[in-house]
Structures are given as structure tokens and as C-alpha cells.
Design a protein around this ligand. Sequence first.
Ligand code: GUN
Length: 327
Amino acid sequence: MCKRPGEPKNNDQYLISMQHPPPKMPLRSPYLCRMQILNGKETAQAIKDSLKLEVAQLASRGAPVPHLVAILVGNNGASETYVASKVKACHEVGFKSTLIRLEEETSELKLLEIIRGLNIDPDVDGILVQLPLPAHISAEEVINTIDCNKDVDGFHPNNVGRMVLGQPTFVPATPYGIMLMLEHYKVETRGKHAVVIGRSNIVGRPMSILLSGSSNPGNCTVTICHSSTKNLEEICQSADIIVAALGRPGFVKADMVKEGAVVIDVGITRVDDPTKKSGYRISGDVDFTDVAPKCSFITPVPGGVGPMTIAALMKNTFRACAMKHYD
Ligand code: GUN
């Protein structure tokens, strides 16, 4: 995968030095490896632009446009930010959106009653309940209650089952967004060893299924690592593709990464930073400055997986609407 310096390069490609922070301009890498940033912001924008056109065409014919309902229970700061981004994206692409905010103390029964109402509301195409939920509410019960045809998160057991079987369905937005990004940048995945760090139902587990699937991107040999994995560093060193989704800032270091690897950083941890107005910055699971010079492709944080997750959710919501009205 690594190329010699001096070969033609396009504007998205960078040669960078280990001694420097993430580059604003091309620099030379001691590994002679051409690194390309997987720009999630730009890729997500292209997806949203295309959806916006489709929605405008629907609207011009007087057809129903997709309607996403997001439910936020309590006031977890990070969840507030994510839900606000989802609502903003709906607005950008021309979807209808409704945000239902519920008090932290809302009972599980009340939440399930609201979901059942949305399930039978013909005006609603997609329902998402932002996770995590307060401890007194069972996420499993909530997910199982959402009509699987409106489950744009792809968390309902029916949809997970369909994904595992390789059938068309709603795919969880973060792994779906990563697959869309690999596809957009034509990253070769067939026959590669992919290591997924993290086994959450939202990211790690579905990611491992998709990468091992028989579509492209996919066709990888996948190892899934978690807190009980022995020799994690050694396993990562043999990876052609690493997806870091464990929620530990800066966990993946250069000595864990093979030269020419593709590194996807799913981490979005808030880390205290008094130099920022907000008092925090968002940190990925990969030590970007350390790791980037060895990579063929790498996602930045922010601006990598995050915007792709939102774009993928928009695609799922469009799909929910199309399934209902146009299939
Ligand atoms: N919390 C973190 N990621 C997600 C997601 O993709 N969907 C929902 N509903 N909650 C989340």
C-alpha cells in the first residue's frame, strides 16, 4: 500500500512526518508511506447533498418527506449534542424532525407508551431513543418496543438478525457510516485482516459483522477484541484495518500499528481542556499524531466517523420513509 515519495498525488493526500502534529500541508514521512485522511465531514456532506435533492423531488410532487422523531431522556451533555446534530441534519436535508425531551425521572412505562404511540402514527417514519438511558429504564425493553420498520438505529433484534444474515435492513449508523466512507474512498478491504477493538451492540459487534460480510466493502477476516483479550497489541500489529471503538482516549499508539494500515477512530470522549471555551475537547481512541505517519488511510477526530454516523442515520430515515410510501 505504501508508495515512494515523488509519485503523483492528489489534493487529499499527505506525506507527513512523525515529528509533526496532524498536517496542514504535505510533509515527508520517515515511513515513506502516503497517508490519506478519510474526510468524514466532506463525505457526509456529499451524502446529505444527494439526499437533499431526492427529498426536494419528493416535496415538489407533494409526496410525504421523511419524518424522524428523536427522544431524549434526561440531560446528558454529550447526548444533548448528538441529538442536536441529528435534528440539524434533518433540517439540512429537508426531513421533518421532532425532538421529544423527557425528564430524567420519566418512568419506563411512560416512555414505552410514547413509543407505542409513535409506532402507530402514520406521520412518523423513523424513531430513535438516544442512548444511554437513565439506569431505571431498560434499553433492551425500549429497543424491543420500537416498530422494527421505524427502527432507524437498526438496534431491534429483527434488524440485527437481518443484518447478520446479509439481508437488506437498517444498519446501525456508526458502522454503516464507516462502510460508506470505506466505499467512498475505494479502500480495498477484500481479504484483509480487520481488527475491531470494542464489542458494543452499537459499534463493535455490527462492525465485525459488516466487515466479514460478502459484500464490498467487506470480505475481511475479522478479529474482535475486548477487555478480556490477551495480546491485544500483537493482534493489532497484524491488522491491515483497525477500527478503534473502545472509548479510551489515545489508546492506539504507533507501535500497535502495521505500516500501511487503515485506521478508523470511533472514539469521541470528552476530555477536560481549560484552553477551550467549553472546558473540554473531543478525543479519539487513536493517538493521531503518533499513528498517522504509518497509515495508508486514517480518520481524524473530529471530522471523521462522527459526521458519517449522522449521514448514515439520514439514509436510514429516508429508507424508512421509502419503504412505507414508495416500495
Ligand atoms: N448513543 C450513542 N450512539 C448512538 C446511536 O447511534 N443511536 C442512539 N439512539 N443512541 C446512541
